[in-house]
Design a protein around this ligand. Structure first.
Ligand code: CDT
Length: 310
């Protein structure tokens, strides 16, 4: 049996003035608990090193860039890498990345996969950036991801780790079936993702009561329809006056949630994931080679005429 014991390291709120060093210490405490609970791999949330800064409108580049990392590991994050290697743990970490590309500096919402020896195995840059570009003062808080981040340019990759095929996506990506399907077509067996999801959605407050349901719905459907484990990890609780959902969860290829956080604070959820459970679905209901019919997936645009008689 191929198994990965995975820990979802949910984080409670991070204050705007909390130092990187203090946050990294919180992450290290969770790594140690994960070791004690026999984990092989620990998943941290999206933008796990700072408060969720896209909630504020900022114009000064220096103020914005202070939330970004220009090297990984850097001075403040090296202790995390050192401790994970000492404990023999792989991890997935979300952070804001400053990347020099030719003569330009790019800003990405990024997650990395690091193996138990401390080697960078994979990198993903968020593709589905939600929110808006301009300041919308009528909102109680902003969601300026489209302003502060460039669209990710690395696609949806899948990497060999711990005897399985592991992929990553970030927060809003989890709502889009394409995200899982692109990884599913590459045989993914475990999708790692972090999220910062406000309970209140100013453009459509009628969705607020359904925030936890939609979180579960999207991830469970992605898991089942692509025969993969999904590990979704929140940064949650009331952060700088904004409530964010929790319910971090580990979902089996059956679509069933097998572990879920019960608090809105720092909390480790753990599950021993049998990767061969994916095969039971990948070789039957979701055997893509036998049952998918992409040659028939056409968009019919000329539907203006009368319908034929039934
Ligand atoms: N961080 C992130 O992607 N949050 C979004 C909020 C959507 S509303 C702008 C999410 O999909 O959870």
């Amino acid at each position: 049996m191929r198994t990965i014991t995975v820990g979802g390291a949910q984080l409670g709120p991070i204050a705007r003035d909390e130092s990187r060093a203090a946050v990294v210490m919180r992450l290290i405490v969770m790594l140690r608990e994960a070791r004690a609970r026999d984990c092989d791999l620990v998943v941290f949330p999206e933008l796990a090193l700072t408060t969720f800064f896209p909630r504020w409108f900022m114009t000064l580049p220096a103020e914005i860039d202070a939330f970004f990392e220009s090297e990984m590991p850097g001075r403040d994050t090296k202790p995390l890498f050192d401790e994970a290697r000492r404990l023999g743990l792989a991890f997935c970490l979300g952070y804001a990345e400053l990347a020099e590309e030719g003569a330009t500096t790019k800003h990405y919402n990024t997650s990395i996969l690091v193996d138990a020896a401390g080697r960078l195995v994979g990198k993903y840059r968020k593709i589905h950036l939600p929110g808006h570009v301009e300041h919308e003062p009528a909102r109680p808080f902003q969601h300026l991801e489209k302003r502060y981040f460039d669209v990710g340019n690395l696609g949806f990759g899948v990497w060999r780790l711990l005897g399985g095929l592991v992929g990553m996506c970030i927060c809003n990506d989890r709502r889009w079936p394409e995200t899982y399907r692109v990884m599913g077509l590459q045989g993914v067996e475990m999708v790692l993702l972090g999220y910062n999801t406000p309970v209140h959605h100013p453009p459509a407050p009628e969705h607020d009561l359904l925030a936890n349901f939609h979180n579960r719905l999207a991830m469970q459907a992605g898991a089942y329809q692509n025969a993969t484990w999904v590990v979704g990890v929140a940064k949650c609780g009331r952060e700088e006056g904004v409530d964010q959902i929790g319910q971090s969860q580990i979902i089996a290829p059956s679509g069933e949630t097998v572990a879920m956080a019960a608090t809105l604070g720092d909390e480790l959820i753990v599950a021993r994931c049998d990767l061969d459970l994916c095969r039971s679905y990948k070789t039957t209901v979701f055997d893509f080679a036998r049952h998918r019919r992409p040659e028939h997936y056409r968009l019919i645009v000329d539907r203006t005429g009368p319908l034929p008689p039934a």
